[in-house]
Design a protein around this ligand. Sequence first.
Ligand code: C2O
Length: 535
Amino acid sequence: AAVKKYQFDVVVKNVSRLCHAKPIVTVNGMYPGPTVYAREGDRVIITVTNHAQYNMSIHWHGLKQLRNGWADGPAYITQCPIQSGNSYTYDFNITGQRGTLWWHAHILWLRATVHGAVVIMPQVGVSYPFPQPHSEAELMLGEWWNADVETIENQGNILGLPPNMSDAHTINGKPGPLFPCSDKHTYALEVEWGKTYLLRIINAALNDELFFAIAGHSMTVVEIDSVYCKPFTTEALLIAPGQTTNVLVQANQSPGRYFMATRPFMDAPVPVDNKTATAILQYKGVPTTVLPLLPKLPAPNDTTFADSYLDKLRSLNIAQFPANVPLTVDRHLFYTIGLGANPCTTCLNGTRLTASLNNITFMMPKIGLLQAHYFNTKGVFRLDFPDKPVTPFNYTGAPLTANLGTSMGTRLSKVAFNSTVELVLQDTNLLTVESHPFHLHGYNFFVVGTGIGNFDPVKDPAKYNLIDPPERNTVGVPTGGWTAIRFRADNPGVWFFHCHLELHTTWGLKMAFVVENGNGPEQSVLPPPKDLPLC
Ligand code: C2O
């Protein structure tokens, strides 16, 4: 195993897109930021130096950070922010993981521009469980706002209003030639006829689940969220914020130029199609004057495509990469997802939109929760997050005003070391058209079941897939439906659990688990690093 070192300088840089120039926060002046390359088993040491006038923290999305939440990154959960002028070194080992993940700022909405890919290659001498591609490329799907992203965030947060949608989607930070002033802001991937390419696709968008397709070329999905899956071929894929998808593409069509395109699935408040980002699959030697073809993307409200696509995702589950699904459950959790409104004196309408789990809107603490847990600091959080809704109701029936109000609090759930947990996430019919992509820090989990309507605790578990369910770190809970996940709580620490739609996180759709230490130092949280930022 090797040691990989990176220096991340957080700097503000002027960038122009869609005929607008504005200062954005970047890492090393790059948008998207640099890719972190490592191999399974490596130690990675990344020093983040904050030269910007913003507080900063960086999360390594999907990296398990075994016993080492100090390197996880979400502000006020596992660390205090890195203040302007200061540095913090994220020092972690990559154990038992290989594939595509990513990193992003985990404070305010700074991840809009502060994000990059993490590529973890298999150990030396270990090959992919699919044909070796000729070459590989990362495609980061994102969003661009002409306005300042802080202003947009404050619309959602302080004023309590739904904020403006982004002005364009992007592929590797570029919207592509369907937008004004964007010819030179177009990503192109050159391919040679007859060769196979591995595309590592990452959804870094703040608020949109996305479709992605390539004109004239089908894709073979081979990995999701850094876990190999049973390969299947598709014309389009669906990817939620936080998720990654690796596909193989064969450059076997008549040599030309083909658009790769991405646009939202079920965008709120209404499905619209004025944000489609494009990039170009460019066959070597074809003149760049040839007009590319556009792919057919599923319609923005095509839930039939979405359901059938998601249904095809299965863990590879071979001897070398087994799916270790917990077959028994020590702890059953049932969380409702609510969007509602609370009274607010500073808000324009006298109410503030809120989001909640089991009717609890999470309030960010003033110091890092992991620090408070490790040093046993009292008064920072409570350990009384309810295992199920206090008042059950018809979750997907007519909206109940009684369920609109929420209580605010920094309430966490305590989980015993190495216990097996099943968590059913139940959407409720309150003010929403989107699926909620939920992300658990510190773990992968198995998506053992999903369905529309109210979860039935007797009938639905009988239909669970406990053989080869998809294993991932972020899963979409369908609109008006439910999703059941299972994991073994073998990573002690404080782990954030939240919707990866940034707007919903801002509104409070988040909580955290405290996974207790096991026996002895080998099963306990490591001591904090000396340079851990304090508040
Ligand atoms: Cu990718 Cu808590 O986030």
